[in-house]
Write a protein that binds this ligand. Structure first.
Ligand code: CAA
Length: 258
């Protein structure tokens, strides 16, 4: 499919989706969010895709929702169109794992988009923030909830109320990102991680992703039950037999997603 605001490449079972509005530091407008949703739907359906990487440019993953596009809207407009509501849910509904490879400005809706992915690996120049307060509004696509779960109430509250940015070191220390990589090595590193995930049994990958994400949605006892059921269900797969046999036979497993 031809897109104007994103670039999609598929290689080695990994779909690399680049946000591509350099003139606006990849600000998220309605077209970009629609195209991203379509690309994720395609990737979920495509048998040649087993992991997804979402990235921006070195200067900006995304500098937030598009302020120009939003500036003239009123309450009825954004309420009626449910601004970004459906699009962000499309991202979290994606079954295949999505890694956010984040470099530079990751602000407002950009930070919220990264947090809606399954995990974030960032470059050493990354800057995270929820500066919507400076525009007379507040985060609107998950920031107050997801950032708080990632970094705790104090840091999240401070960031939302002051608009201050967090650098990569602080983001890693606070648990927002899984690790930091030099900016020039970000994409090769993240693609290697994605290829590693793509080699696993995709049934186990999806089951594990669902169980980890459940930790943010439910109580501990319900989450533990969900995990145990998923774990037990994997014993119905050929990949479980293959994975354990390969270990015992001291060879690499050949998973077939069955
Ligand atoms: N929306 C639209 N355009 C944006 C944008 C945004 N969020 N962020 C940057 N741009 C545009 C600028 O207007 C500029 O365009 P022109 O060259 O046509 O003037 C271009 O991108 C480059 O930006 P700057 O010249 O500002 O670059 P800089 O290096 O001096 O500053 C920055 C970078 C600090 C990120 C600054 O651009 C900035 O503060 N951007 C806005 C960040 C922000 O407030 N984000 C929150 C948006 S609201 C939101 O996201 C709501 C939500 O939760 C859903």
């Amino acid at each position: 499919m031809a897109y104007q605001t994103i670039i999609v490449e598929i290689e080695d079972y990994v779909a690399l989706i680049r946000l591509n509005r350099p003139e606006a530091l990849n600000a998220l407008n309605s077209q970009l969010m629609r195209e991203l949703g379509e690309a994720l739907t395609e990737a979920d359906r495509n048998e040649k895709v087993r992991c997804i990487v979402l990235t921006g440019s070195e200067k900006a993953f995304a500098a937030g929702a598009d302020i120009k596009e939003m500036s003239t809207k009123n309450f009825v407009d954004v309420y009626t169109e449910n601004l970004f509501g459906d699009e962000i849910e499309r991202i979290t509904a994606t079954r295949k794992p999505i890694i956010a490879a984040v470099s530079g400005y990751t602000l407002g809706g950009g930070c919220e988009l990264a947090m809606a992915c399954d995990f974030i690996i960032c470059a050493d120049n990354a800057k995270f923030g929820q500066p919507e307060i400076n525009l007379g509004v507040m985060a609107g696509i998950g920031g107050t909830q997801r950032l708080t779960r990632f970094v705790g109430k104090s840091k999240s509250m401070e960031m939302h109320l002051t608009g201050r940015f967090m650098d990569a070191v602080e983001a890693e220390r606070a648990g927002l990102v899984s690790r930091i990589v030099p900016a020039s090595k970000l994409l090769p590193e993240v693609m290697a991680v994605a290829r590693k995930i793509a080699e696993k049994s995709q049934i186990a990958v999806v089951a594990a992703k669902e169980a980890v994400n459940r930790a943010y949605e439910t109580t501990l006892s319900e989450g533990l039950l969900f995990e145990r059921r998923n774990f037990q269900a994997l014993f119905a797969t050929e990949d479980q037999k293959e994975g354990m046999a390969a270990f015992l036979e001291k060879r690499e497993p050949q998973f077939r997603d069955k």
